[in-house]
Write a protein that binds this ligand. Sequence first.
Ligand code: CP
Length: 346
Amino acid sequence: MSAAKTPDSAAPQAGLGRTTARAPSAPESGRGGKEAPAWRRKHLLGIEELSAEEIIHVLDTASGFAEVSTRSIKKVPALRGKVVANLFIEDSTRTRTSFSLAAQRLSADVLDFYSAGSSLSKGESVRDTARNIEAMGVDIIVLRHSAAGAAHYLSRCVNTSIINAGDGQHEHPTQALLDTYTIRETKGRVEGLRVAIVGDIGHSRVARSNIWCLQKLGAEVTVVGPATLVPKGLERMGARISHNFDDVIPEMDVINMLRVQSERISSRVFPSLHEYTWLFGMTPERLERAKPDVLILHPGPINRGIELAAEVADGPRSSILRQVANGLAVRMAVLFLVNQAASVSA
Ligand code: CP
């Protein structure tokens, strides 16, 4: 995988990814005519609307940016003069810091907005907050919000590019992209792999975005969880459904363990956390029955000892911190691509 060659390079070079998709900076096709850019979206609102080619283009662009983090000077000038605002109206550790660092590595100015201490507490709407931030000359707003559809809504209220950093129980597109990137990096492919997404499926935007993303790239996805945490109709997304984790473990190439989202669970959906762990927790004993090269993922934050035993989280099959490291390259790619598309459409 190739990448930008010098600290002054603005972006990964075209045509160096794992597919024939060309970076949007590629001026012309080899056949002499103009080739349509592989990415033309000013916003990243979800995975559902993306094509397989667009997903692969993001992953290939991220592969190029991954090299930047290995340099002594971890910066490229791709977004010099641009302003990225992180508008996080719901708590985050990984996504906010990752977007913030990704924007800084692209040489953007970064505005980290915290809802605590802001005029949201005085009744200002998110729309008005975003429009005021836009009036200060912000180019990209990265939005996390507890309401499904918030990013789509905001994209209709402002001219700025919007990146969805998680909207309620709907989508978390960059998490799915970094999960898929990690799978491809480790396994060398996504097509044909069997991937289990395990746990609190109903409350999980990560599950939804991963199901779209992995299936578009040809993986076979099985969602696993108690019937009370797997929404009815989910099979319409194309995923297989199982309520028996022990049955599916031996078949899987990748097992993505989800957090039990206690803050979103309003009624009693399983008898006790102990019982949940007994039936759906990834323990060392269960790992013994998985394929020897199974890849264990978790989007974080982890409830250690509930959905994932500490020995597994910190063990050799776990790629959890690799996911976090890859998230930086993926978010650099997304910021770069939406900014480039916005510049072309302006
Ligand atoms: N995975 C994830 O979205 O983590 P944060 O909530 O910490 O951003």
